[in-house]
Design a protein around this ligand. Sequence first.
Ligand SMILES: Cc1cc2nc3c(=O)[nH]c(=O)nc-3n(C[C@H](O)[C@H](O)[C@H](O)COP(=O)(O)OP(=O)(O)OC[C@H]3O[C@@H](n4cnc5c(N)ncnc54)[C@H](O)[C@@H]3O)c2cc1C
Length: 381
Amino acid sequence: MIPLTEEQQMLQAMVRRMAREKLKPRAAEIDNTGEFPWDIVELFRENGLFGIHFPEEYGGSGGGVVDLCLAVEEVAQGCSDAAVILAGQALGSKLILLSGSEEQKRKYLPRIASGEFIPAFALTEPGAGSDNVSMQSRAVRDGDYYVINGRKIFITHADVADIFTLFAKTDPEKKARGISAFIINKGTPGLGIGKIEKKMAHKGNHACEVILEDVRVPRENLVGAEGEGFMEAMKILTTSRPVTAARAVGLAQVALDEAVAYAKTRVQFGQPIAKFQGIQFMLADMAIKVEAARQLVYNAAFLADRDYKSKEAQRASSMAKCFATDTAMQVTCDAVQVFGGYGYMREYPVERLMREAKVTQIVEGTNQVQRVVIARALLED
Ligand SMILES: Cc1cc2nc3c(=O)[nH]c(=O)nc-3n(C[C@H](O)[C@H](O)[C@H](O)COP(=O)(O)OP(=O)(O)OC[C@H]3O[C@@H](n4cnc5c(N)ncnc54)[C@H](O)[C@@H]3O)c2cc1C
């Protein structure tokens, strides 16, 4: 593990306590009701968690990707739905933070850092998931405005978002270099929220369709230069993939802890199942993977903080995302196995952890896409 500063250790301890005392008791309930947990948003606001990765001049606490990963890993050990809120806040604001104009930063970042504003990141379309460049949404210049038409899907927090960082083509001929990024405020005429998906897990965080019909966005809401939005977003993912990976490490860690505790108490053949070497080897393999994933995550976060545009950081970020989320899937699945039939039942937490782990292999570039990125870097060198 990279050495942590005193502040980072304090942050980790504070969030760990919060996760144990306030978040863990809410996890199953949120999964059952599917309601967005405003109480957790309030808790994060009160404790300044939304501003962790923002510079102090924009209302944050001056931390970076490492700090955010530490918090998200701990939060995920209490409640993965809560971790999605924190990670989503970062993803929805990163483009403004790293590519926005000074005016945009001053206007939006303090309100995001305080938790007053919830941002959403709107890239995916029905026909354009991994292949984002084939998106159909169009932004056409009209004087001092852009007029945007299109449809986005699976947009996390769209139903509660105050602002959207949204991507649309300004010059379809130029493919990736013809996609621009915009900030769109809630309530802008023509911006609508469509279908809310019924999901496998993380039911408190809704994934929604976003419909854009002649949405007029002022020119000053263009983020970065016209045609550069998508290229910037791809680089920015280097800073957000370690965060998703940290969420996966948190999920895997709690699954391991649950499995160890259960193995010590469940008695079969007259002894705790932890006495069986078959179970011991499973637990050992789970622990090895969790620790290896954690090391990759914090290395990637450290490199992203140092220079997120470097090839080294990009490759490390894809490796961490891929390995940590595959680990979360494997380890949560193994935890269900250690619990036997009880693990399959809603009464115990491990089946929920397994459902929650799955999406981490899909979002922010599927793990196949991460492997494409890693292989491309290997073959280029
Ligand atoms: C719960 C949830 C929340 C989400 N939140 C957001 C959000 O807030 N904002 C947002 O913009 N998007 C969001 N997404 C969308 C997510 O980023 C996409 O689902 C993801 O990028 C994959 O796109 P797709 O679903 O269209 O799958 P596809 O791209 O159709 O992929 C299908 C399969 O093909 C594989 N595949 C595709 N291309 C290749 C290739 N070149 N080589 C090998 N295999 C390949 C994929 O790995 C996958 O296994 C969310 C998705 C989910 C499930």
